[in-house]
Design a protein around this ligand. Sequence first.
Ligand code: NDP
Ligand code: 8X3
Length: 251
Amino acid sequence: MKKTALVTGATSGIGRATARILAQNNYKIILCGRRKDRLNELENELSEFTEIHTLCFDVRDKKAVFDSINSLPTDFSTIDVLINNAGNAHGLEPIQDGNIDDWDAMIDINVKGLLYVSKAIIPKMIEQKSGHIINIGSTAGKEVYANGNVYCASKFAVDALNKAMRIDLNPYGIRVGAIHPGMVETEFSEVRFKGDSDRAANTYKGLTPLSAEDIADIIHFVVSRPYHVNIADLIVMPTAQASATIVKRES
Ligand code: NDP
Ligand code: 8X3
């Protein structure tokens, strides 16, 4: 029987690439995001391969999260795989200059949003006595870097929640694991720098960053392991990156 995967942040970057690879590998997909036009576009594209359902909600909106997930039609209501991917960085300033709205956004989306979606789905997985949760963390959740402050804190929280979920859900046979990417060229830097494309492009100048497809490919590998195998924690960086701040760039 086909498995069903719910992907948050499916309208762009890592989430969209993951939805594509899973759709092409026989999963039914629930695509989530706020941009309805992009959800519709991707639904059209992927319907060639599999059954697709879209859910348009903001992960910060607790009620919308629960209403959306509870509205799933029966043929999509058994979620086998949850990809907790929606998230972003907002700003890159020293703590004393940080914008409080940016802080709220990162904590509300990357931490509380991930919790709301998980809380809406985990009881169903417990009932099913099966499920696989992939939390998208970051190297920023393993190592703090200058000006990363609140984004790093939000991803350290994802790292902690990933470990905590694995412990709490262990009695129910639910697999939980995190993937922590380094530099991946997506819309991430455009969002972080609020549409400043030059600054965004500079992030990846002189190196070959990871692509969204590189991470999606790994997510597909992780979710397609046999049931007794749980890849618990995986850090993936471009070859040019050795740590958050040590990056080899060609001039
Ligand atoms: P993108 O900006 O390309 O994609 C972010 C996705 O998150 C979009 O689909 C967006 O959809 C969704 N999203 C953002 N805010 C919300 C919200 N409030 N409610 C619902 N969905 C939301 O970035 P990436 O693909 O790079 O990022 C995906 C994940 O990977 C994030 O968690 C990020 O922190 C993590 N990551 C990224 C790295 C990178 O270098 N790119 C490295 C390490 C981790 P929409 O706007 O339609 O709602
Ligand atoms: C995204 C990677 O280096 O901007 O999580 O923190 S980084």
